[in-house]
Design a binder for this molecule. Structure first.
Ligand code: HDD
Length: 715
């Protein structure tokens, strides 16, 4: 694609060379199309299957430079995986502010100039698992954004939860050692349900707020494209005159915030361990670009002490009801990387990568991060020149006196590599604020050197209780089930008991229900009365948007299916951006009831209900007979129902829902037209019922139907 937008002057939204960063990367992109195989030295190779040997059965010769080079390179292909957030997926895109209104608070051009589309690279990740672990584990998700601004790179290295486990980065190695697989046997992989994590938690009450988030559905995102992001810390915006304003950053997904259920996650981990990675890739390839809105909560410095918590404490949120989130711009991801290792693996984020207009606070977690990220890249990427790796390189010019070191790829000309110099004409020169130099925010600080944490950080439970109080009934049930699962995997009884004692500080009723599920004595009394406050913005029940884009709907079909029913519902879904897929007992095509045939997308045996958002069973007498005797089809329907997914069936298809053992739900009978109950939409009379498609669209827009009582359904 080429040519700027004639109205805005912006580069086209997607494609090679679409913005400054893509143009820069184009120079590094290589392809083997039409090329000869060569050595690293560019010498063409005629044979790469047999080593150079003495005779056909003799020893290999040392002079076989091609074989040695090929094997040596292979031997060195691995770099250390990230010590946390090892598994991830990334994409390019852009950020654009809505208007210039933040100009009152910050000198950061990319946040205040609505005509600027700043290129970005975003990497999403899980935290605890290693590079090859499954996507759908119970975990926090990383949401790291590198903005290639004209003033230099800015990295917003956030998570999909707005708080963190600990106050101070000095505890980070302890926390990570506790959550990672246990050191003696390296079990369990990518899971928090084990003794060492809960031992740590039960002894560190500051973790309790974050543990509530971790036990909630937030830890099981349906898609990276359907989760919120948070900068977590209180940062500082700084205007052109050096005045500061506290800020919290929020990303809100345009498609709404949606989750999977735990049983589903565990099954997806086997059926498709790349579930979230694939989802991101496929959506971008299909042109259904993921979008988030950037929001800010602004707090004037004069209000620093107006809250009942400390703004510097990363285990606390500022409730949105107290300080509203103000939308300021949009993030769009529109291009997949070309090479996972070169781009997604080698991208290096750093919380201290800031640009003029954004600065830090004294949050002790943030201060430690500002050390850790640069440090870790030195070992992970093998030396101090990792900023020259294409994905990390700023689009702003880089000139300084830093020289040499492993992987130096620039050729610095001239005699001088020091400041001040006269032999190099005094270049590179330092800039003043007028020339765009970064000026640190001038904060007055004084105090004694001490190892102690302020009393203002020590209310560990009020916001954990706030979170619990804000949950809908079904979200509460999921949290109770999660605590029971996690603590039920803990072998040491004392650790289970101590964890329950901590939960009792959050809410007595919750602690009793958890204790009853894991066989430890329920706490006899309340230790802290529940304050009764809530924050509706915390509930995912309030984050439903009704949008259908990219939702995957399985159509269960076989020979004898009613083609008109298939066509009607699939056209309706497609028109709303959803993705219908026809699953049949075998791949290829199926014969329709009127003697035609339709192509099948996938064989039922290669997929599973947990890989879809909803299911539709079309009409057709023979189709019903075929599917009724197919255990996979019956399981598919029952499992979808159990996981709260929308289901639709028309004509003969309705009977399959009954045979799959759906309980406590009303299915249409002869003569009563289209019926919808708890997200199950049926019409026996009219195989191509427009009523069904309308209700089904509505049911799908609601994501899941937790009002169902489906515990008895065996799936
Ligand atoms: Fe961190 C990676 C997010 C606390 C030390 N962190 C990392 C990534 C994300 C976060 C998203 C992956 C970046 C990528 O995709 O490459 N980390 C957070 C958030 C935190 C947090 C939101 C709390 C608010 N982290 C934190 C602390 C420390 C670290 C307190 C150390 C004191 N984090 C690291 C690290 C990593 C990292 C070891 C591993 C790989 C990397 O940096 O590049 O430096």
């Amino acid at each position: 694609m080429s040519g700027p937008d004639p109205v805005s002057g912006n580069p086209p939204p997607t494609g090679r060379g679409a913005d400054d960063k893509q143009r820069q990367l184009d120079a590094e992109r290589v392809s083997a199309d039409g090329a000869y195989l060569t050595t690293q030295q560019g010498v063409r190779v005629d044979h790469t299957d047999d080593s150079l040997t003495v005779g056909e059965r003799g020893p290999t010769l040392l002079e076989d430079f091609h074989a040695r080079e090929k094997i040596t390179h292979f031997d060195h292909e691995r770099i250390p995986e990230r010590v946390v957030h090892a598994r991830g997926a990334g994409a390019y895109g852009y950020f654009q502010p809505y208007d210039g209104s933040l100009g009152e608070y910050t000198a950061a051009e990319f946040l205040t100039d609505p005509s600027l589309r700043t290129p970005v690279f975003v990497r999403f990740s899980t935290v605890a698992g290693s590079r090859g672990s499954a996507d759908t584990v119970r975990d926090v998700r990383g949401f790291a954004t590198k903005f290639y601004t004209r003033q230099g790179n800015y990295d917003l290295v956030g998570n999909n939860m707005p708080v963190f486990f600990i106050h101070d980065g000095i505890k980070f190695p302890d926390f990570v050692h506790a959550v990672k697989p246990e050191p003696h046997n390296e079990i369990p992989q990518a899971q928090s349900a084990h003794d060492t994590l809960w031992d740590f938690v039960s002894l560190q009450p500051e973790t309790m707020h974050m543990m509530m988030w971790l036990m909630s559905d937030r830890a099981l995102p349906r898609s990276y494209r359907m989760m919120q992001g948070f900068g977590v810390h209180t940062f500082r915006l700084v205007d052109g005159d050096g005045r500061g304003t506290f800020v919290k950053f929020h990303w809100k997904p345009v498609l709404g915030t949606h989750s999977l259920v735990w049983d589903e996650c565990q099954k997806v981990a086997g059926k498709d361990p790349d579930y979230n990675r694939r989802d991101l890739w496929d959506a971008i390839e299909a042109g259904q670009f993921p979008e988030w809105e950037l929001g800010v909560q602004l707090v004037p410095e004069s209000a620093e002490f107006d809250f009942d918590f400390d703004l510097l404490d990363a285990t606390k949120i500022i409730p949105e009801e107290e300080v509203p989130v103000r939308p300021v711009g949009k993030l769009v991801l529109n291009q997949n990387p070309d090479n996972f290792f070169a781009e997604t693996e080698q991208v290096a984020f750093h919380t201290a990568n800031v640009v003029p207009g954004i600065d830090f606070t004294n949050d002790p977690l943030l201060q430690a991060r500002n050390f850790s990220y640069l440090d870790t890249q030195l070992i992970r990427l093998g030396g101090p020149n990792f900023a020259q790796i294409p994905v990390n390189r700023p689009v702003a010019p880089v000139t300084n006196d830093q020289r040499d070191g492993y992987h130096q790829s620039r050729i610095h000309r001239g005699r001088t590599s020091y400041t001040k110099n006269s032999l190099g004409g005094g270049c590179p020169m330092t800039a003043g604020a007028d020339q765009g130099a970064f000026r640190h925010y001038q904060e007055k600080v004084e105090g004694h050197k001490i190892r102690a944490r302020s009393e203002s950080f020590k209310d560990y439970y009020s916001q954990a209780t706030l979170f619990w109080n804000s949950m809908s009934p079904w979200e509460r049930q999921h949290i109770i089930a999660a605590f029971r699962f996690e603590l039920g995997k803990v072998e040491t009884v004392e650790v289970r008991e101590r964890a329950v004692a901590q939960i009792n500080h959050v809410d007595h009723d919750l602690a009793v229900q958890v204790a009853e599920g894991i066989g430890v004595p329920p706490p006899s009394s309340e230790v802290r009365p529940n304050h009764g406050r809530s924050s509706p913005a915390l509930s995912q029940a309030n984050a439903v948007t009704g949008r259908l884009e990219t939702r995957r709907v399985a159509f269960l079909v076989s020979d004898g299916v009613d083609e008109s029913a298939v066509r009607l519902i699939s056209e309706e879904l497609r028109s709303r951006g959803a993705i219908p897929e026809l699953l049949a007992p075998t791949d290829g095509s199926v014969r329709t009831s009127d003697g035609g045939s339709i192509a099948v997308d996938r064989a039922l045996s290669t997929m599973a209900s947990v890989l879809y958002d909803a299911v539709y069973v079309p009409s057709g007498e023979e189709n019903l007979q075929n599917l009724s005797s197919d255990g996979l089809a019956l399981h598919f329907v029952a499992e979808s129902f159990k996981h709260g997914k929308p289901l639709a069936a028309t004509g003969h298809g309705v009977a399959l829902l009954g045979r799959a053992g759906l309980v406590n739900v009303r299915l249409a009978n002869e003569g009563d037209g289209a019926v919808t109950d708890q997200g199950v939409v049926t019409d026996v009379d009219n195989p191509s019922s427009p009523g069904v498609s309308g209700h089904f669209v509505h049911a799908l827009g609601a994501h899941r139907h937790w009002e169902r009582d489906s515990d008895q359904v065996p799936a």
